[in-house]
Ligand binder design. Structure first.
Ligand code: ZN
Length: 264
């Protein structure tokens, strides 16, 4: 069996301009996530690589996305700099079956908002408070090996209400020291693609050096893997009378010509 191709995408902006962030993630958050996911992959199931905003086509050429099984997305400051053409491309790949793991502040990324169709807004506070990330779906593949909860000593608070469509599956709910709660791990299907939103992160805390977080991200990569392929997902095809599986006779008038290929 060929390995799952996992691409970790990062805007890679705060790591370049903020000394505190650079200290925690000297090679960028994408590097830490890639290393973390690889560290759990003792079975060698994944081929993990990275891509960043500044690369041509943001590192997400058609050829590369075509071969990508699961895409991780980190963005914060530069959501607006992501080319709409690339957003279209990623959306189409998700609809065709590629998995998407959306991290922390990427709740406001173009691609997540596009796929959700809602505001994706939330409350936040940057006070380094404790987060308890409760597993609310113990049988779910994403929480394999995690136990009851993950304790993060320093976290940015995200609070409800979170402007998302009701998740197909709820995996985590967070409690914060200041009293708020948040739906921190949510799953959806869009077309053939699986989407997982995972809240923990933030550039000034070493969340992506935490072994439990690595395990969750690894589990998420396996969970989000394509279950099948629907290459022609964006087309509505005309099947002519002659091509019907059973012999039929045309009745009534038609709006479209018999050999018209697609829906107009
Ligand atoms: Zn943050």
């Amino acid at each position: 069996m060929s390995k799952l191709s996992v691409v970790i995408w990062n805007e890679n902006v705060h790591e370049q301009v903020n000394a505190d962030v650079k200290k925690i993630y000297p090679h960028g958050i994408h590097y830490a996530i890639a290393e973390g996911v690889r560290s759990r992959d003792s079975d060698g199931l994944l081929e993990v690589s990275t891509a960043t905003l500044e690369q041509p086509e943001h590192g997400l050429s058609e050829e590369r996305l075509e071969k990508t099984d699961v895409l991780f997305w980190w963005g914060h400051r530069a959501h607006g700099e992501v080319d709409d053409k690339i957003v279209d491309r990623v959306q189409q790949r998700v609809l065709a079956g590629m998995g998407l793991v959306v991290l922390h502040s990427a709740h406001f990324s173009k691609i997540f908002k596009r796929l959700m169709g809602t505001s994706c807004a939330l409350k936040w506070r940057e006070a380094g408070e404790r987060e308890r990330l409760w597993v609310v779906n113990p049988g779910h593949p994403i929480v394999r090996g995690i136990g009851k909860c993950v304790e993060l000593e320093n976290a940015e608070m995200y609070g409800e209400p979170f402007g998302i469509p009701t998740p197909d599956e709820q995996v985590f709910i967070s409690w914060f020291e200041g009293g708020e709660v948040f739906r921190s791990g949510c799953c959806w299907m869009r077309g053939n693609g699986k989407i997982f939103y995972f809240r923990p992160g933030h550039e000034t805390y070493p969340v992506f050096h935490n072994a439990q977080i690595h395990q969750i991200l690894y589990n998420a990569a396996l969970w989000a893997a394509p279950q099948g392929a629907w290459d022609d997902v964006m087309n509505a095809r005309n099947v002519s009378v002659e091509k019907a599986r059973e012999k039929i006779r045309k009745k009534g008038v038609s709006l479209h010509s018999e050999n018209e290929e697609g829906f107009k």
